[in-house]
Design a protein around this ligand. Structure first.
Ligand code: CP
Length: 317
């Protein structure tokens, strides 16, 4: 594996999940793989889980880890090719990424979308510049359009908690928020669920359709209550509009998941990637209930990252 930027970098999702669960049983079994190898984690945006879980995963594999919050601690980056840099930007991404790649054996990069220019975000212009110039294996720590480490952890969590035979019903339900958020977690979750052994439904208000490139083969139901019927796993997440790009048309507070909405599916597990705006996106009564898997998801971020890094280390790059 030379890059991990989407589910398309994984040849077989069910067997990759099994590999991560094996690592969870024996996290230190492959310490030799990372000896004298360096992982560089570069953040253009804030993080708690991604930073700590990926760092822990690398340490479990015996790697050295260096972290740069480049948005706060680095020089302001210029992203445009051939720019005359006589303004506020100090260092061109081609120089920064080339140097970072020279220091590291694997690079992780977090680069959120600006949510202003759909084309710029959906062509992953920043992520691709780092891939181009780092010249070493690269892991997405959440890009403009996708968050594959999160979705991999989510898929692991669903697999771990599904004890019945047959496929579980998994519902992705839009949740209210106070400000426009990226579509990355939702896009990515859709991609991973469509390659997993689950019956998958997306529900959201009109105007919040995700990009068709991700939802092409997905079931979409605009009636939340109908979509939730018979659900085994319910993933609540806000995202801003894709069609009316980066806006929050007609905010629907009544889309918040509530215990009342789950009366018909009392055994359904509730998921969220965190951070969560409590009592805006999902109420305390669900997040703190026995049905909640939020901390299990966060724990599995370690083993998702560890499976990816192990695969890269074994690729003998
Ligand atoms: N879920 C997630 O990626 O969390 P952080 O933004 O804190 O890394």
């Amino acid at each position: 594996m030379k890059a991990f930027t989407s589910v398309n970098d994984v040849s077989n999702v069910p067997s990759f999940i099994k590999e991560a669960l094996k690592l969870k049983q024996a996290p230190f079994a492959f310490q030799h793989l990372g000896k004298n190898k360096t992982l560089g984690l570069i953040f253009l945006n804030p993080s708690l889980r991604t930073r700590l879980s990926t760092q822990k995963a690398a340490m479990n594999l015996g790697m050295n880890v260096i972290v740069l919050n480049i948005d706060k601690e680095g020089w302001q980056l210029e992203m445009q090719d051939s720019a005359v840099m006589n303004g506020t930007t100090v260092e061109h991404v081609k120089d920064a990424a080339t140097v970072i790649g020279n220091y590291c054996d694997i690079v992780g990069i977090r680069c959120f979308p600006g949510l202003k220019n759909k084309e710029e975000d959906y062509t992953e212009s920043v992520l691709n510049k780092f891939i181009q110039y780092c010249n070493c294996p690269l892991v997405s720590l959440e890009s403009a359009t996708l968050h594959p480490l999160q979705s991999f952890a989510d898929a692991i969590t669903i697999n771990e908690h599904w004890k019945k035979s047959g496929k579980p019903k998994v519902v992705l339900t839009w949740a209210p928020h106070i400000k426009p958020l990226p579509q990355a977690v939702a896009n990515s979750f859709v991609q991973w669920m469509l390659k997993s052994e689950v019956d998958f439904v997306i529900t959201h208000p009109q105007g919040y359709e995700l990009a068709e490139q991700f939802t092409k083969n997905a079931k979409i139901n605009y009636d939340q209550q109908e979509a939730l019927q018979g659900a085994d796993f319910i993933y609540a997440k806000n995202w801003s509009s894709f069609t009316s790009y980066g806006t929050m048309p007609d905010v629907k507070e009544d889309w918040m998941l509530t215990p009342e909405k789950l009366k018909a599916t009392p055994d359904a597990k509730v998921m969220h990637c965190l951070p969560v705006r409590r009592n805006v996106e999902v109420p305390d009564s669900l997040l703190d209930s026995p049905s909640s898997l939020i901390y299990n998801q966060a724990e599995n971020r370690v083993y998702a990252a560890q499976a990816v890094l192990k695969n890269m280390l074994e690729s003998n790059f």
